[in-house]
Design a protein around this ligand. Structure first.
Ligand SMILES: [Zn+2]
Length: 323
């Protein structure tokens, strides 16, 4: 009987979840789902002219930094990661990005189910941070019945991203990843607009001049990392109160760890290729080898570190491994 129960439990808990302690913060990486990447050569584009990078160069590099590669060399498995944070200094709870969500993923999204399996109440989330508004980050803001998944949270995101994705924009079709939404751009728009309604607890829109407002949580800073979407694509920096080391949540500025070493290589989803390249060049120089880096499409659990020349994939549960 016991065996049977254990079997059932392990098959129910199929979610990919990893946790770390970082000073006052307890961090949990949750994989919303994994998708089969299309042609690598169409995704990784080199330099301002966007020349495709050959598969034979990409394949061994992506494998080295932890991606699951299929036999067919153009197919790679790309996770869509999210982050749950418990702040032990003040008892608050945060979410960074929400994955594709139930509508966009056609029901395959595991984010909400994983939160439930961890006994995290979506009603208790104080702040919802969106690194940017692409559908694979904002798709889980709303539930299938058009109610918000985090009704008591204040939404914090980049001002330009918010308005680009909620207004009628002439370049909308190029910018909002319509292939992910099967052309239904109203899903993300409606979710984001709810936070500007009277029922919402709040909406804080940040840009370069007011991102210091997010000093308001000790040891959590928001930085603007332009290029992937607007000038207000966000990076969230968490500093350990014990060691003063930083844990960066990079959103999509570095879509793959491969971008750490090859910063002129962009991705086909960058809105502004030159800006994105500048962000990568500047950021990669500022990382200390003791910083831990996390991004939404890095091989699960989404972490690695960078010693200035080489990116190292980090799949250890214990982050202390590298300290
Ligand atoms: Zn993305």
């Amino acid at each position: 009987m016991l065996k049977l129960i254990l079997l059932l439990v392990s098959s129910v808990c199929a979610y990919q979840i990893k946790t770390w302690t970082w000073g006052d913060f307890e961090l949990t990486s949750i994989c919303d789902l994994e998708v089969k990447g299309g042609s690598m050569s169409q995704f990784f584009l080199d330099g301002p002219f966007g020349d495709p990078v050959p598969t034979e160069i990409l394949y061994p590099e992506l494998k080295r930094i932890g991606y699951t590669m299929q036999d067919d060399p153009v197919v790679w498995t790309v996770p869509i990661n999210t982050m749950y944070i418990k702040n032990n200094a003040n008892g608050e709870e945060y979410i960074i990005d929400t994955g594709l969500g139930p509508n966009v993923s056609r029901g395959a999204s595991e984010f909400a189910g994983a939160l439930k399996s961890l006994n995290i109440s979506t009603l208790d989330i104080d702040y919802l941070f969106l690194t940017h508004a692409h559908a694979d980050h904002s798709g889980g803001v709303m539930q299938l019945d058009y109610t918000p998944l985090f009704p008591n949270a204040t939404l914090v995101m980049g001002r330009d991203d918010y308005y680009l994705f909620t207004s009628e924009h002439p370049d909308w079709d190029d910018f909002c990843c319509p292939e992910l939404l099967n052309g239904d751009i109203s899903w993300v728009k409606r979710a984001l607009q709810w936070y500007d309604s009277p029922q919402s607890q709040g909406l804080i829109l940040l840009n370069a001049s007011n991102s210091f407002e997010f000093n308001m949580i000790d040891n959590l800073m928001i930085e603007m990392s332009p290029g992937h979407t607007t000038d207000n694509h966000m990076t969230i920096r968490l500093t350990s109160s014990d060691t003063q080391r930083n844990f960066y949540v990079l959103g999509d500025s570095f879509v793959s760890g491969y971008h750490m070493e090859n910063r002129t290589i962009g991705c086909s989803h960058d809105h502004h290729r030159i800006e994105a390249m500048k962000t990568r060049l500047e950021y990669a120089q500022s990382f200390d080898s003791e910083d831990v880096l996390f991004a939404m499409h890095w091989a699960f659990p989404g972490t690695g570190f960078f010693n200035g020349t080489r990116f190292n994939y980090l799949n250890q549960t214990e982050i202390d491994f590298m300290l």
